[in-house]
Design a protein around this ligand. Sequence first.
Ligand SMILES: [Zn+2]
Length: 287
Amino acid sequence: MLFPQRFLDDLRLQANILQVVQEYVPLKRAGQTYKGLCPFHAEKTPSFHVNQEKGFFHCFGCNVGGDVFKFLELHEKLGFQDAVRMLAQKFGVALPEEGERGDGHADSGLREALLKIHEVAAAYFREDLDHPSGARARRQLHDRGVTPTTIERLGIGYAPPSRDGLRDRLLKQGFAPALLVQSGLVVLRENREEVDRFRNRLMVPICRDSGSVIGFGGRSMETGQVPKYLNSPETPIYAKGRTLYGLNLTKAAIQKAGFAVLVEGYFDFAQVYQSEAAPAVASCGTA
Ligand SMILES: [Zn+2]
């Protein structure tokens, strides 16, 4: 059985290597790292170091080293899979369900295509924000105090009122109609008509830690427009319960600070992000 890379990345981020190692090895702070007597070779002077920020350990005496998974594998004499399970249990991270472990299997081609579609869509929404017809959207962002730099860093865009502008763009790029529906960006109506899911909305891309776009949150432009927030549905690349918005932008700062501020919405996140007050993540798009 294989765990998806994204799950492993999330777990590695949440599992504090310092906390894990300290249960076995007394450590003392030494500048940027922590050090102690190596549990893997006999020594009297500490040459075993743990770097919490970078998430790895290393012994200068016997040259053993690695991440938090590696430490448990070596120290508990576990296989990789069991080390992963042990850490997930310890830090309260749910293991992926059976059937969600498809990374690297038959559906990896599908996932790749869906990621590519989202990349094209994100570019399309950004273009439309810069277009003359995006003037109102730009003004709304300005009125919300979102700076041009933040707009660019968050990749915020605008979905025009057009019925199938994005669908057209994607079809022209050679994506199959069924794939567009599967991406969640195109909706198949009861009359078999296919239209863009997001129309006349401010568009916020939801990304993996790596930065790949996996979904969108769309905010209404008009007062009576419902719903106020429309999010991408779950797809083979987007599992809502496991995506915190903004982590791709603040992960490094969170690791450095050792904490994060949890905010509710995309635009709350934008405010905290551009104020640089504290590293934040948002829970939006997760329910
Ligand atoms: Zn050693």
